[in-house]
Design a protein around this ligand. Sequence first.
Ligand SMILES: [Zn+2]
Length: 220
Amino acid sequence: MMRKFSFKKIILSAAVAMAVLGTGITASTTMENTASAAESTVTFDRGSNGQVTQYNSSTGATATEDGPTFSKLKDATNINVYIDPGLTSAEKKAIFYATQSWSYAAQRLNFYLTTDPSQAQIKYLTGNSKKGTAGMTTSHILGNYITSSDVHLNLSEPDNYNNMMARTLIHETGHALGLNDNYDMPTTSVMYGVVDTKSINSGITPKEYDVNNIDSLYGF
Ligand SMILES: [Zn+2]
C-alpha cells in the first residue's frame, strides 16, 4: 500500500489546483486515420430502470450481454479529463474520487486534467442525462478505439456528495474506460447496472473482477 503516496495520487489529490498544468497535454494520437475508420457512438444507461444498457448509433442495436468490455482507449496510461466548470463542487469531488479509485485499482491507468475539452478522452459535462438515470455515458468510437466519452449526470442531490454520487461516477468512468454494464458479475461490481445497498456497503471502489476486466482489456 506504499503506492498510496505515489506521485499519481498527489496529482489527483491536488487536481483542482493543478488544473492549469493539465493544459497543453495533447492526445493527438487518437485522431489519426479519421478518413477511413468507421465512426460510431455507444450510449450507456439510457433505460429508465437501468435495463437498456447499450445503444450503438451505427447499428441501432441495443445489448446488455456483449461481454465485459465494448471498446478501449488507445492509451489508458495517459487519459486527459475535462471537467465542466459548471458542475457542482460535490460532483467535481466525486469525479476526482472516481478517477483516483480507478487509478488505485488499476495502477497503470493515469488521468490528467485538461481545460481544453477538445483534448480530452473523458468529458464530464453539464446538461442532464436522461431522466431516470443517475448518469449516462456516450462513447465515440473510431475504428478500434474510443476517441472520447461524454459523461452526463442527473443526480437527485447534485449538491450533496454521497455514496450514490461516488458510485455513479465510478460506474460512468468505467464505461468511459471501455467497460460494459454487466449483470453477470456480482452486484458489488461497480459495473453492475443497478446500485443496491449491498453494492454501496461493499465499498465504493472497483472490485477485483472490475480490475481484471481493465487489466485484460488493456493488457496490464
Ligand atoms: Zn452503466
